[in-house]
Design a protein around this ligand. Structure first.
Ligand code: DX5
Ligand code: ZN
Length: 230
């Protein structure tokens, strides 16, 4: 079976108890921490930055941290996230004047690099940089907010991105972000995604966020993923 990874988006976590929330959601069987950085400029919302990433590392989080930068410009802040312990650093091609350089900078600093595609952004930005990305992230909502509905046209885009990755022969993860729930994760996986961001689908599902609070919902996600291809 494919190596599926579940990436809880801490945008929907309780920020007043962030370290504990991250510990609990990882203990429930999720894989990587999706970390949404918004700047009130590239997107109309403002969230968290390198200080918070660093704080999670100091708290003891050893899982991969997947920094999704919704910021413009991107190059100035990349080194700060590398220093703060980011594993992946992804950015939107519209937000960088020099995409190839930004991707190179991320890898030079020892992190894994990625490009993020808004619903209307074409995959052609990848044409000359497939050898420079470790992650392709398709937005299935317009970026800026949690809790929006999955845009169905993303399914075809996932299939197209999966084809590009397979044909390239490179080891590139295909991540999906926005409106992922237990009810659609199987179909999303069958369209080619292997990494699943879920914010409101995990943190906002009404379960208590105590030490065992996310077990049930994460198991539902896993059970759906286990059906892929069957
Ligand atoms: C939106 C963010 C997402 C967000 C997803 O701009 O990039 O990561 O947290 O939230 P849900 O899973 O609630 O759609
Ligand atoms: Zn995100």
């Amino acid at each position: 079976m494919a190596d599926f990874q579940i990436a809880p988006s801490i945008l929907s976590a309780d920020f007043a108890r962030l370290g504990e929330e991250v510990d609990n959601v990882l203990a429930s069987g999720t894989d990587i921490v999706h970390f949404d950085v918004m700047d009130n400029h590239y997107v109309p919302n403002l969230t968290i930055g390198p200080l918070v990433c660093d704080a999670l590392r100091s708290h003891g989080v050893t899982a991969d941290i997947d920094v999704h930068m919704m910021v413009k410009p991107v190059d100035r802040i990349i080194p700060d996230f590398a220093k703060a312990g980011a594993t992946y650093i992804t950015f939107h091609p519209e937000a960088s004047e020099h995409i190839d350089r930004s991707l190179g900078l991320i890898r030079e600093l020892g992190c894994k690099s990625g490009l993020v595609f808004n619903p209307a952004t074409p995959l052609s930005h990848l044409d000359y940089v497939m050898d420079k990305v470790d992650m392709i992230l398709l937005m299935s909502v317009n970026p800026g907010f949690g809790g929006q509905s999955f845009i169905p046209a993303t399914m075809d885009k996932l299939r197209a991105a999966r084809k590009m990755i397979d044909e390239s022969g490179f080891d590139i993860r295909l991540e999906i972000d926005g409106g992922v729930k237990a009810s659609n994760i199987r179909e999303i996986a069958e369209a080619g995604a292997d990494t699943f961001v879920a914010g409101s689908g995990i943190f906002g599902n009404g379960q208590a966020s105590d030490a065992n609070g996310y077990d049930t919902i994460v198991k539902e996600f896993r059970d759906e993923l286990a059906k892929v291809g069957s």
